[in-house]
Design a protein around this ligand. Structure first.
Ligand SMILES: *Cc1c(COP(=O)(O)O)cnc(C)c1O
Length: 386
């Protein structure tokens, strides 16, 4: 089976991990701060906080921004469930803003309309989480302008978008947000096995998030309720977690980060080639906003169902049977049973539901060969009986 995505691991990655295994620190050593610094510098953010997963990164980002019971977080329905679950972890509620039919990311017009309504009903969101689906940045300028008018915070879910650009600078520099979240799961742009990172330009947010990843404990005398009892002394001042990244993971991350440009170039070349090969197919290929440069985490096609005889499901099953590991990113989150019991109804986000009925992710990752790509296109052609 050709998977929809997979990691690329070199001997240098393996050596970096082995070096840590033979060193004094497997965790809480020098590699984690070095990886944080490298990511922050790479994307032009002041601070970066390494975490054990993108999901934990979302959780501590919400907590640091003060999300709690009585608050509401809005995100896109076309995302991984973690983008919404983070609100529930904090005891807050979630709601969803429909997607733009061309980019499949949060639609600023739909957001504005929903904000106007929410303002009248006095239920404005505290945080909005735009998701850079497939690696393409959302229209952050428009969303940021709305945040100024309506007073909400922004967490960019950039789990797909390390290495992407928006308006000429790297996604993650937080020019239009408070915090940006990355994931280093093996299918993502670079990997640490499991892992994540938050970036921000706010020193207090950074230290708060970092504290929340380590039990809410501080060793900074300035943050303590009284002077330290001694050099051993620390204080727990928040309820935190053990969400720390290990040095083993950070060493892998540092080594992977060196290949980021290569990974992105390869993904872009694959996408460009798909665009050409699929030009005459009854599918919609990914539209690209000229304001950004995608990291191409995913390549999603939409079937033009009025032009083919098969159903969406038939095409999906046929491709899987032919060894193409297609996938569907994503099921609208509010259609999950856990969310349905919170009284979300079908029809909430019509564009998202339409997208879900037509979308298929076809394989894209740095090691995908031209021969494999040809096979994918040929199998799709045969499946669609072209
Ligand atoms: C992968 C992903 C996450 C969660 O990241 P993990 O590292 O797997 O916890 C969150 N949001 C999106 C959009 C993702 O793709």
């Amino acid at each position: 089976m050709i998977p929809y995505g997979r990691q690329h691991i070199t001997q240098a990655d393996i050596d970096a991990v082995v070096d840590v295994l033979q060193s004094d620190f497997l965790t809480q050593g020098p590699k984690v701060p070095a990886f944080e610094r490298a990511v922050a510098d790479r994307i032009g953010a002041k601070y970066a906080v390494a975490v054990n997963a993108g999901t934990s990164a979302l959780h501590v980002a919400c907590l640091a921004l003060g999300l709690g019971p009585g608050d509401i977080l809005w995100t896109s329905p076309i995302t991984f469930v973690a983008s919404a679950n983070c609100a529930l972890y904090c005891g807050a509620r979630v709601d969803f803003v429909d997607i733009d039919p061309h980019t499949y990311t949060m639609c600023p017009k739909a957001l504005e309309k929903k904000l106007e309504q929410a303002k009248k009903e006095n239920r404005l969101p505290k945080i909005v989480v735009p998701v850079h689906l497939c690696g393409q940045s959302c229209n952050m300028k428009a969303i940021f302008d709305l945040s100024q008018k309506y007073g909400f915070k922004i967490i960019e879910d950039a789990c797909h978008a390390l290495g992407a650009e928006y308006k000429g600078s790297p996604v993650g520099n937080c020019r239009y947000s408070d915090i940006t979240v990355f994931s280093f799961h093996p299918v993502k742009i670079i990997t640490t096995g499991e892992g994540g990172m938050n970036t921000t330009n706010d020193a207090d947010l950074a230290s708060h998030m970092s504290r929340l990843c380590s039990h809410g404990i501080t060793r900074d005398p300035d943050l303590m309720t009284h002077p330290p009892d001694g050099s051993w002394y620390y204080q727990q001042i928040d309820l935190g977690f053990n969400y720390r990244m290990t040095d083993i993971q950070a060493a892998l991350g540092l080594s992977q980060l060196e290949k980021l440009d290569k990974f992105i170039a390869r993904r872009r070349a694959i996408a460009k080639r798909y665009n050409q090969l699929l030009e005459k197919f009854p599918v919609i290929t990914p539209w690209q906003d000229p304001d950004g440069v995608s990291a191409w985490h995913l390549y999603v096609i939409r079937l033009q169902l009025d032009k083919i005889r098969q159903t969406h499901q038939q095409v999906f099953v046929a491709l899987r049977e032919k060894g193409i590991g297609v996938n569907l990113h994503y099921i609208p989150v509010y259609q999950q049973p856990y969310y349905k019991q919170m009284n979300f109804h079908s029809g909430l986000c019509p564009q998202a539901e339409q997208y879900y009925s037509e979308a298929i992710s076809i394989p894209i990752y740095p090691d995908l060969t031209e021969m494999q790509q040809n096979k994918i296109v040929t199998e799709l052609q045969q499946t669609l009986k072209l």
